[in-house]
Structure formats: C-alpha cells, structure tokens
Design a protein around this ligand. Structure first.
Ligand SMILES: NC(=O)c1ccc[n+]([C@@H]2O[C@H](COP(=O)([O-])OP(=O)(O)OC[C@H]3O[C@@H](n4cnc5c(N)ncnc54)[C@H](OP(=O)(O)O)[C@@H]3O)[C@@H](O)[C@H]2O)c1
Length: 323
C-alpha cells in the first residue's frame, strides 16, 4: 500500500514538474483597453487565433478575422461576438496559400477600414503539398503569405503608429534552416517530399517567421511600428490535424493532460500585442510572456536580409507596388 502511495505521489510530482516547467506559459498582465483600435488576426476561426481574437474583442477592439473559409470564419465571428458582447468582430476572406487572395484581402481591407493598430500573423499549417502559386505549403502559408500581407499593410500601420506586428512562430524554429538553392529550384525551403521533410519545412517556415521579424524591425526603426515573434507554448489545437490517425490517437491523451488550452496559448501573443514598454525589444522573440533567446540561425542578420530580398521577389512585391 505505501509503495502505491509513493508511486502515485512521485507520478503527480513528475506531472506537475513537467506541466509547470515545460508546458505552462505565463499570463499577459497588460490592462490595455482597445476601444477605437483595429486588429487583424489571421487564422482566427479556431485554436490560438480564435482565443486571441476573443481576448482582443473583450478589450473593445474592432477585430477582423482573416480566415480562408467563409463558413468557419463567420461561425467564429458569431461565437466571439456572442461571448465578448462586442459587435465589432467581422470576417474577411484571406487564403494565405494564394498570393492573389492576399492581394485581394489587403485591397478590401485598405478600402473599407480606416485604421490598423495591430496585425497578428497567426495562421499556420503543418502539412505537405503545394500552395496555389506552387510553393511548399508551410513556407508559402506560414512565411510568404504573411510576408506579402504585412508589406501591403505597412503604410496603414505607419499611419496609425504606435502600432505593432506580431508573428506567431514556434520553438521548433531552432531545428529550421533556409536553403536558397531549394527555394530557387523547387520553391521550397527544404529538399524532397516526405513526412520527415514536411516537419523540416514547418520548422524552417517558423525560422523564416523569426528572421522576417528581425529584418522588419531593422527596416521599421524610428517609424513607431514595432514587431515581435513568439512561441505560444505547446497548445491543444487542430494543428496536428494532418498527422497520421495513429499519431493523433497517441497524442490526444497527452495533449489533454499536459498541453495548454487555446486561451493559455494566446497569452504570449497578447503580451506582444499589448504590453506597454516592450517597444525597445522590437524584432525580438518571446515565449511564456517573456523575452527569450532565439536559435543561432534566428540571430543571423545576413540570413534575415537575404531572406527578405528573396521573399520580395517570390511574392512579386514590386508588381504589387506598381499596380
Ligand atoms: N499548437 C501548438 O502547440 C503550436 C506550437 C507552436 C506554434 N504554433 C503556431 O501557432 C499558430 C496557430 O496554430 P494553432 O495551434 O492554433 O493551429 P490550428 O488550430 O490548426 O489553427 C490554424 C489556423 O490557421 C488557419 N490557416 C491554415 N491555412 C491557412 C491559409 N492557407 N490561409 C488562411 N488561414 C489558414 C486555419 O484555418 P482552417 O481552420 O481553415 O484550416 C486555422 O484557423 C500557428 O502559426 C502555429 O504554427 C502552435
């Protein structure tokens, strides 16, 4: 009997240790209210993005849910309006796997909305396949789509400064790399097509998020627009929906026990979007609502500058500027 008690106590201690040290994040402590401010959250029909949008709506912001599916986006807008009591929550169609759709979204937004105070690049995929423009899915959606979107909205952010760009990266950026030859030859950051390379591509797209934020901060210095990248924690969401059914079955009980819920997973995004006084940390990376060091590749300024230059070309940014 006493052995059983010891075993149970040890298991509970182990669980608490792992939960508090590895999985649980901090909490956003900013009291900021957002009446009169406009926020865009990409991929906000579910998961971390939806939880983020709800918290921002509760603080009074006008929230634009930039989602690819009209049905899922409008259902989320309905839920958020009902739960927050804020009627300034609207859906606007954005498919980050199509550069044309990104251009259309930006055009509609700039025509119909007078302000943009916070842009939250949250949408993300962990899957193989190709975007409508032929890029690797993770690179195209997680990095290139957000790269174009941010650039097309920069002037409005500048005009509404102080304003912020928050990009949701991941701890897995540490395992990422950027292969410029692969980008040139096969429109992807990694070589080959397999489950392993799609995980690598996800990690690399998240490294691109970190590098993009770093270079964006350099370019925006003195403009009043600041930017941050972050790891939201390990969160129980739909992100693993494209993994094999077996892996999902194995993951589910662990996720239920240990992972953050989406509300917990939204805290570092909210911290980066709202916390007063972090402006001097523009370009840096956060986790658990605190500043964190990025992996070595994420601190490489030359790599960040080259990625920006290549992304400009791949996203056809000069054509957008001309049209
Ligand atoms: N969950 C974690 O443990 C974790 C850890 C580290 C980082 N992250 C990052 O956190 C962010 C949010 O992920 P999540 O965990 O909340 O995942 P999720 O539940 O799968 O939500 C992802 C969101 O992105 C949207 N999206 C996917 N492809 C899109 C496209 N082509 N255009 C527009 N929207 C698109 C999805 O829309 P649909 O519903 O229409 O597919 C969904 O709204 C991602 O950037 C992810 O990489 C998550």
């Amino acid at each position: 009997m006493s052995l059983f008690v010891y075993f149970t106590a040890a298991a509970v201690c182990f669980y608490l240790l792992v939960y508090y040290n590895v999985f649980r994040g901090g909490r956003c402590s900013s009291p900021a209210k957002l009446e009169g401010k406009t926020v865009i959250v990409t991929g906000s029909n579910t998961g971390v993005g939806k939880a983020t949008a709800l918290q921002l709506a509760k603080r009074g912001a006008r929230v634009v849910l930039a989602c690819r599916s009209r049905e899922r986006g409008e259902a989320a807008a309905f839920d958020i309006r009902r739960e927050s009591g804020n009627h300034q929550v609207v859906f606007m169609q954005l498919d980050l796997s199509s550069l044309k759709s990104v251009g259309r979204f930006a055009e509609t937004f700039l025509r119909t909305e007078p302000r943009l105070d916070i842009l939250i690049n949250n949408a993300g995929v962990m899957s193989s396949g190709r975007t409508q423009d032929g890029f690797g899915m993770a690179f195209g959606v997680n990095h290139l789509g957000h790269f174009l979107l941010t650039n097309l909205l920069l002037e409005r952010l500048r005009r509404c400064s102080p304003s912020r760009v928050v990009t949701v990266s991941a701890l897995l950026h540490r395992f990422g790399s950027v292969s410029f030859p692969a980008l040139q030859s096969r429109k992807d950051v990694v070589d080959g097509e397999s489950s392993w390379t799609s995980l690598q591509a996800y990690c690399s797209s998240k490294l691109c998020n970190v590098l993009f934020t770093r270079e964006l901060a350099n370019r925006l210095e003195g403009s009043g627009v600041t930017c941050y990248s972050l790891h939201p924690g390990v969160v129980h969401t739909e992100l693993a929906r494209n993994m094999s059914r077996w892996l999902q079955l194995l993951l589910r009980p662990v996720a239920k026990l240990l992972f953050l819920d989406p509300e917990g997973g939204s805290q570092t995004t909210l911290h980066c979007a709202l916390q007063e006084g972090i402006e001097p940390l523009s370009g840096r990376y956060f986790s658990g609502c605190a500043l964190q060091q990025v992996g070595a590749r994420g601190r490489d300024d030359a790599l960040a500058a080259k990625l920006w230059e290549v992304s400009e070309r791949l996203a056809g940014l000069s054509q957008h500027a001309e049209s």
